[in-house]
Design a protein around this ligand. Structure first.
Ligand SMILES: NC(=O)c1ccc[n+]([C@@H]2O[C@H](COP(=O)([O-])OP(=O)(O)OC[C@H]3O[C@@H](n4cnc5c(N)ncnc54)[C@H](OP(=O)(O)O)[C@@H]3O)[C@@H](O)[C@H]2O)c1
Length: 334
């Protein structure tokens, strides 16, 4: 396969007065970090973590200049390992991609072979990026909830941050699997959208956040998929049925968890932490297979906006301003 001398990448640079500026620059393959596999990125997606990386958050990216993008789907163009050969269609998400390793906001990436997943049949590169890290995390959350025994007939499942990427895909997968889903809205009322993607009921952030301080609340949920943390996660844990499972993957509301032990010792509630970044490869492959087959959402387009590489900067700004709904996919090839 032909590898171009130069390609385009979004580069974030730190100025002398500690501002972070973004622009599309020309790069060479030699500029990429060491690795086994060079991938031409066909599509990438926009995640909250990318916005943090693109705006100088040192918790995500230590050193600048840097190219963010924690998700990439594309074609192998060069490989130093027998596990992959030029022409293979692959997905690369998680690990260090886009954090301290130049990521999917460049038209080419070079990564260790251990980060690369062969794209399952039944999922186009574009569709793989509709899921991306957000969809993978949603599916991993649902899988953990199911593995811990929550079945559709047990009752309703609460999903927080449902207007966002992780929450929205979790709502959709759960609905496809026959669960009754109650979705927590965002700041703007998106009830119609949430019902379109599979929520049976929609509640407001205020309704999902109990301020009484009581250690246990009325038992409402058979399970919970939390993407926001803080008071909403604490309220969810206090409001579950006996033996319910709640997963926790995010902290957009807060990293704190104001709670005591009563839901755990009186109701046997299970709180399962979700980490997509270092999820072991066998589980990772299993989850991608499910995404590509029996868990594939029939209404993927409903949650998706496609944008060109040149629109990426603007899309980052929109997510920063809280004007982003669902999933944004960026077409990287010229
Ligand atoms: N553990 C992992 O492996 C993993 C992987 C991926 C993502 N994450 C984390 O998961 C979280 C969600 O990611 P995402 O990509 O889905 O983000 P996103 O698309 O920006 O969605 C965030 C959602 O949270 C809602 N929200 C924001 N602030 C809130 C608040 N104060 N109270 C209640 N809801 C609030 C938003 O509502 P609006 O409609 O009002 O904006 C939106 O629905 C992030 O913390 C991200 O870092 C973790």
């Amino acid at each position: 396969m032909t590898i171009p001398n130069e390609f385009r990448a979004l580069v974030v640079r730190e100025t002398r007065d500690n501002q972070f500026v973004r622009s599309i620059e020309q790069k060479k393959i030699a500029d990429l970090p060491d690795g086994d596999v060079v991938v031409q990125v066909l599509y990438t997606s926009l995640n909250y973590k990318d916005v943090l990386s693109a705006t100088g958050n040192r918790g995500v990216t230590r050193n600048y200049p840097h190219t963010p993008g924690i998700d990439a789907a594309g074609i192998v163009v060069d490989s130093a390992t027998e596990a992959f050969k030029p022409g293979d269609e692959v997905i690369v998400t998680s690990y260090d991609l886009g954090m301290n390793t130049a990521g999917g906001f460049g038209q080419y990436i070079r990564v260790p072979a251990g980060w690369v997943v062969a794209k399952p049949k039944g999922l186009a590169a574009f569709e793989a990026m509709i899921y991306g890290t957000a969809g993978f995390t949603a599916a991993l959350s649902v899988w953990n909830m199911i593995e811990n025994g929550v079945a559709p007939e047990d009752g309703a499942v609460l999903v927080s941050g449902a207007t966002g990427g992780v929450g929205g895909i979790a709502v959709s997968i759960l609905a496809k699997l026959g669960y009754s889903v109650t979705a927590v809205n965002g700041v703007v009322d998106e009830t119609d959208y949430l019902k379109r993607i599979g929520a049976q009921n929609v509640i407001s952030i205020q309704d999902a956040n109990d301020t009484s301080g009581r250690p246990l609340l009325k038992s409402l949920w058979a399970g919970g998929i939390d993407t926001v943390g803080g008071d909403i996660l604490a309220t969810t844990i206090k409001s579950t049925h006996y033996g319910a499972t709640v997963t926790c993957c995010g902290n957009v509301a807060s990293a704190d968890l104001p709670l005591n032990v009563y839901p755990f010792i009186l109701r046997g509630v299970r709180l399962i932490g979700i980490d997509s970044q270092n999820c072991p490869m066998p589980i990772r492959q299993k989850i991608w297979q499910k995404i590509a087959s029996e868990w594939k959402i029939d209404w993927l387009q409903t949650i998706t906006t496609e944008a060109s590489f040149d629109q990426l900067n603007d899309k980052i700004d929109r997510m920063l301003q809280g004007k982003h709904v669902g999933r944004t996919i960026i077409k990287m090839a010229d």
